[in-house]
Write a protein that binds this ligand. Structure first.
Ligand code: ADP
Length: 496
């Protein structure tokens, strides 16, 4: 009899639930968008309970897609990382909206802590940087700004968690307050050498230990979906942050293997095996996974705006109606005619790390139309990836000639060609584009014992196509020069 795995992929803009069978075939997939709140410049929030409703809805739909009476043998959870929730242990209700990873409200605090000389210690322990991106200053902000919360946290009445933890809490009927090592490694509070919460960091950010979840390996049996929810107890045997799940879904289990995910943001991650590589270029060192007792580390670089810049064209600027129009518009013109977009809506990520930078559009003329702006927006995704790949090659002392890609944006074939061109690498797209959900489904299979080793997982990976570089070198040089100047100007404009 076929056995099934259920993956919950709680992303930044939508929640997806995927069912995968024991042969690694995707059986069904359902998703639901939820509301993005932008209460002030640089602030981004989600409603925790709305997120939970999307999880319940999509899980319900996925379970309904299975033959009557058949349930998954295991459930895995993957999630937008760093996004921070504090909730009441009694009611399960958040005390404040989720502060999303993109949120920059703690930029000043991070700047002060840097000026006070804390960054080296923080980086040494966590592999990260003192940036608002990570959870610690978001937790501190809630503790300092929401009335009564610090007191209640000290009394042990409240729980902190990234989104995985919040979902786990609710699915297990408030029985389990835990997270996995990959999510923990994005909080700025987790020591990636000791693989534990770090007392000195908790003190530095003034965060009570009572708030913190237990941390387990990614393939741990975290708890069970309580029977009351869907009529059947289902074991939760995998948790991994979205980028780490994508690394698993792309079958990057060996040191030196690399992938880039294009969703709301863009994320390059390279498996560095058991080695902790400290970047000379402000890339992050993070936990790739802990599976079957083995810890692997990764180098990571991310940029905050990829698909979100395209969404802005639709929802903010309203120059397109559907995201899918972008491919045709970009293809219809020969070049963006000198128009360059730096989509620093919420600051610039690696390797620039400028939380104060804001989006800019350069080179406008009376000729500039919708197509040029759309094309420049897609090109910005390529330029940002090229900047990252460049420094990652330096840090790892390796050069890459291909890049595995995934995420919502890789449906855009024009973008894939531009990526291949601007980086002069082969762009490899997997059969299952949704590697995040796929990865955590396979991981749940390992956690539950359905698959006995990760080596066996490679049989489930197939590649759908490879895009090869075509553009002339002279053209690449020109485009890259324009981009570099645009980033320089953007940083200059943001100077305080
Ligand atoms: P996340 O998991 O971060 O929510 P997804 O991987 O679901 O993101 O990708 C969704 C993003 O991809 C959206 O921001 C959307 O704008 C972008 N996107 C989807 N399809 C296309 C396309 N054909 N061309 C350009 N961008 C696209």
């Amino acid at each position: 009899m076929t056995r099934y795995l259920l993956a919950i992929d709680q992303g930044t803009t939508s929640t997806r639930v995927m069912i995968v069978d024991d042969q690694g075939q995707v059986v069904s997939s359902f998703h639901q968008e939820f509301t993005q709140y932008f209460p002030q410049d640089g602030w981004v929030e989600h409603d925790g309970m709305e997120i939970m409703r999307t999880v319940m809805n999509t899980m319900g739909q996925a379970l309904n897609s299975l033959p009557t009476g058949v349930f998954p043998v295991a459930v895995g959870i993957t999630n937008q990382r760093e996004t921070t929730l504090i909730w009441d242990r009694e009611s399960g209700n958040p005390v404040y909206p989720a502060i999303v990873w993109q949120d920059r409200r703690t930029a000043d605090l991070c700047r002060e802590m840097k000026q006070d000389g804390h960054e080296e210690m923080v980086s040494e322990k966590t592999g990260l940087l003192l940036d608002p991106y990570f959870s610690a200053t978001k937790i501190k902000w809630i503790l300092d700004n929401v009335a009564g919360v610090r007191e209640r946290a000290r009394r042990g009445e409240l729980a902190f968690g990234t989104v995985d933890s919040f979902i786990l809490w609710h699915l297990t009927g408030a029985q389990v307050h835990a997270t996995d090592v990959t999510n923990a490694s994005r909080t700025l509070l987790f020591n990636i050498r000791d693989m534990a919460w770090d007392k000195e960091l908790l003190r530095l950010f003034d965060i009570p230990q009572e708030l913190m979840p237990k941390v387990h390996a990614c393939d741990h049996h975290f708890g069970d979906v309580e029977k009351g929810l869907f009529g059947r107890v289902m074991p939760i045997t995998a948790i991994a942050g979205d980028q780490q799940a994508a690394l698993i879904g792309q079958n990057c289990f060996k040191a030196g293997q690399i992938k880039c995910t294009y969703g709301t943001g863009g994320f390059i991650m390279m498996n560095t095996g058991d080695k902790i590589i400290r970047s000379q270029n402000r890339l992050l060192t993070t936990v790739a996974y802990q599976i079957q007792g083995k810890v692997a580390y990764a180098l990571e670089g991310s940029f905050f705006s990829a698909g979100s810049a395209v969404q802005w064209l639709r929802d903010g600027l309203r120059i397109i109606e559907n995201i899918s129009e972008t491919e045709g518009l970009a293809r219809a013109i020969d070049s963006s005619k000198g128009v360059v977009m730096v989509p620093a809506f919420t600051g610039l990520g690696a390797p620039h790390w400028n939380p104060d930078a804001r989006g800019t559009l350069f080179g406008l003329t009376r000729d500039t139309g919708v197509a040029e702006i759309v094309r420049a927006t897609l090109e910005s995704v390529g330029f940002q990836t090229a900047d990252l790949l460049d420094v990652m090659q330096k840090d790892a002392h390796m050069s890459f000639n291909s890049l595995k890609v995934d995420g919502g944006m890789v449906g855009n074939a024009w973008l894939l060609q531009f990526l291949a061109d601007i980086m002069r690498v082969d762009i490899v797209r997997p059969r299952v584009a949704d590697t995040t959900a796929f990865g955590v489904a396979l991981l749940a299979g390992v956690g539950s014992g359905l698959f006995d080793t990760v080596n066996k997982l490679s049989v489930f990976h197939h590649y759908s196509d490879v895009t090869k570089p075509e553009m002339l070198a002279s053209e690449i040089i020109l485009l890259k020069r324009n981009w570099k100047n645009a980033v320089k100007s953007t940083n200059y404009y943001a100077k305080k």
